[in-house]
Write a protein that binds this ligand. Structure first.
Ligand code: SF4
Ligand code: SF4
Length: 380
């Protein structure tokens, strides 16, 4: 008679599931920690970049002071002055620059009202194309102030805040939306319309109106400015990342730039310092080349990288097998200086730099600047 074992004495054995090994499955490779070969060269890119930022900030302050002194002479109680209108102030009139660029493309004639706005726009577009969005991180005074503000935030709170991914992506579209609106508005204008807009009282003294906006800023303006400052302290590059249509335009031009941040995977030790340092929050440590329109060519990532030859600003390879050519920080700086002085110098020496508006016209318009209204379509 067969012996029966009671189930309470002998519990059932656990079921063993046999899994078939899929054909061709390789064992997961173990990631070995790469040996760090420390960079030997002296790091100077950020000192150089910050010097450019400060110099351009001072240049803007000087131009602003000259402009204020010049316009004051036309206001009630103002003193006559020998100061000439500094045309460089038109760098703050990017829409006029865009209009003039279209006017030039349509008529092949250099405009006579706010031509400096066009030459400066062309300079910064050329810079974006050749040197990525270097204008934003090396020259733009708003970018510089924005950088000081988020650095202050980092000192105060030990870090900057990051918006949730869905909000960040949504807000990043705002600057392209603004750019699209301005580009559409300008692209629908014929040459005579552009001329009539720029020769209207509003167009002639658009720069005076802009300065007056800040001189006589109202409650709403102050609140908006306050919100932007607080947001810039808390969130890295808030203005540049989400709202600046100028930066959006330069970013699009930079997509065609032959210059890219390139990571050499064999030299990289995967420390992620580059991604942490990137003010545009780009995943530099995970990509081989940075093609993003958000890259400003600031070289912060290169500056913090500890590994020899792991991260460089490089020229695109002509042949797939060729070695990428590195662009050192001094060459970026030289390129920025040559483009700026070259194009501005050309416009000045060729006599294209200054608007041809007589003082008598300014004497008439400047005291009534607040009354000048934006011309509506079809209005002369
Ligand atoms: S990728 Fe490098 S160069 Fe580009 S924005 Fe980030 S830190 Fe600057
Ligand atoms: S900083 Fe970036 S590129 Fe340099 S070693 Fe670390 S992860 Fe690699």
């Amino acid at each position: 008679m067969a012996t029966q074992i009671h189930p309470e004495i002998m519990p059932p054995l656990p079921a063993v599931r046999l899994q078939a090994q899929p054909v061709g499955l390789q064992p997961t490779p173990v990631k070995t920690k790469k040996k760090l070969i420390r960079r030997s060269e002296h790091e100077y890119s950020q000192v150089l970049r910050r010097s450019f930022q400060v110099a351009f900030l001072l240049l803007n302050a000087w131009v602003g002071t000259l402009f204020y002194t010049w316009m004051r002479q036309f206001e009630p109680g103002g003193q006559a002055t020998a100061v000439a209108r500094p045309a460089g102030v038109e760098g703050w009139l990017p829409i006029a620059g865009l209009m003039n660029l279209r006017y030039f493309a349509l008529t092949h004639t250099v405009p006579t009202i706010h031509p400096a706005a066009m030459f400066l726009l062309v300079t910064f577009l050329a810079m974006a194309f050749l040197l990525r969005k270097a204008f934003c991180s090396w020259l733009c005074p708003v970018g510089t102030i924005s950088e000081y503000l988020w650095q202050l935030g980092r000192k105060l709170f030990k870090h900057n805040f990051r918006l949730p991914r869905w909000l960040d992506i949504g807000l990043r579209g705002l600057k392209y939306f603004l750019l699209g609106f301005f580009a559409w508005a300008v692209s629908t204008m014929a040459a005579p319309e552009i001329l009539s807009f720029l020769r209207s009282p509003y167009g002639l003294i658009a720069d005076v109106k802009m300065l007056n906006f800040f001189r006589h800023i109202g409650e709403t303006g102050l609140i908006v400015l306050g919100v932007l400052i607080v947001a810039s302290v808390l969130v890295q590059n808030f203005w540049c990342r989400y709202l600046c249509p100028y930066g959006a335009l330069l970013g699009l031009a930079a997509l065609f730039s032959p210059l890219r941040i390139r990571r050499n995977e064999s030299a990289c030790i995967d420390c992620a310092k580059c991604a942490k340092a990137c003010p545009s929050s780009l995943p530099v440590d995970q990509l081989v080349t940075i093609k993003s329109a958000e890259c400003t060519g600031c070289l912060e990532c290169v500056a913090v990288c500890p590994a020899q030859g792991a991260l460089q600003m490089s020229l695109l390879k002509v042949m797939p097998t060729a070695q990428p050519r590195t662009m050192p920080a001094w060459a970026m700086a030289a390129g920025i200086a040559v483009l700026f002085t070259g194009i501005v110098g050309f416009a000045k020496t060729a006599g294209y730099w200054n608007s041809t508006v007589p003082d008598a016209t300014y004497r008439q318009l400047v005291p009534h600047a607040d009354e000048a209204r934006h011309p509506m379509p079809g209005q002369q």
